[in-house]
Write a protein that binds this ligand. Structure first.
Ligand SMILES: [Zn+2]
Ligand SMILES: [Zn+2]
Ligand SMILES: [Zn+2]
Length: 215
């Protein structure tokens, strides 16, 4: 199994804001303008084919490179030939590449759990060399976790000054004192829903399935 590390983001087609892609997502969410951006399968198969080819033909173990890809999305990409490592303590580990279901790899040194998942079915169908995905954020889980982690905060009603308890689930919060509906300002909303940042994830490729470009 040949492992590639990826760290990438695209520019939101609606607002030009950076949108990290922390996994082989089919839909990404822009935290700046709240647009849902559909990421076509072709986008992933093109990028992963290029990366796998570079891993096999150009890069030595431990080497990486940057790329900016214009075209459908303006993509900023960092990738390298690196084995998966624990995000907690940076220790390498060997995932079970043939696992039929996703599982959490518990680091023997620090206990940090890293998600290991088979490549999504659509990806295996379109690019069979891609086998396993490590430390990708599952699509759609990001926002709920961020809101839950920050806990409730108190905000004063803009009309009567009464204390509103805000938990981040609704942006329009009714005041229990005067009944006005308060629309939470951007800075508070962003504190409750921190913008996603880029995270490193890994794809394991079956070396025998990687074809050189033009084959
Ligand atoms: Zn946007
Ligand atoms: Zn660790
Ligand atoms: Zn009020």
């Amino acid at each position: 199994m040949l492992y590639g590390m990826l760290e990438l983001s695209i520019r939101c087609p609606k607002c030009d804001g950076p949108v990290p892609l922390n996994g082989p997502w089919e839909v990404a969410h822009c935290d700046r303008c709240q647009a849902d951006v559909v990421i076509p399968h072709d986008y992933w198969t093109d990028i992963l084919t290029d990366i796998a080819t570079a891993l096999k033909t150009e890069l030595q173990e431990g080497e990486g490179t940057n790329a900016t890809i214009f075209g459908n999305f303006h993509t900023t990409l960092l990738y390298g030939r690196l084995k998966p490592y624990c995000p907690g303590c940076k220790e390498d580990f060997e995932p079970r590449a043939d696992a039929a279901d996703e599982y959490a790899h518990a680091c023997p040194s620090c206990g940090y759990e890293t998600l290991v998942a088979p490549a999504p079915a659509w990806l295996r169908e379109e690019y069979p060399a891609a086998r396993v995905v490590v430390n990708a954020t599952p699509q759609g889980k990001v926002e709920g976790e961020a809101a839950a982690a920050s806990g409730p905060v108190v905000f004063s009603c803009l009309k009567c000054g009464g204390a509103l308890e805000v938990d981040g689930t609704e942006r329009l919060v009714p005041c229990s004192f005067c009944g006005v509906k308060v629309y939470l300002p951007d800075d508070l909303w962003l504190r409750l829903h921190p913008a996603k940042t880029k995270a490193r994830w890994f794809v394991g490729f079956d070396e025998g399935e990687i074809k050189a470009e033009g084959d």
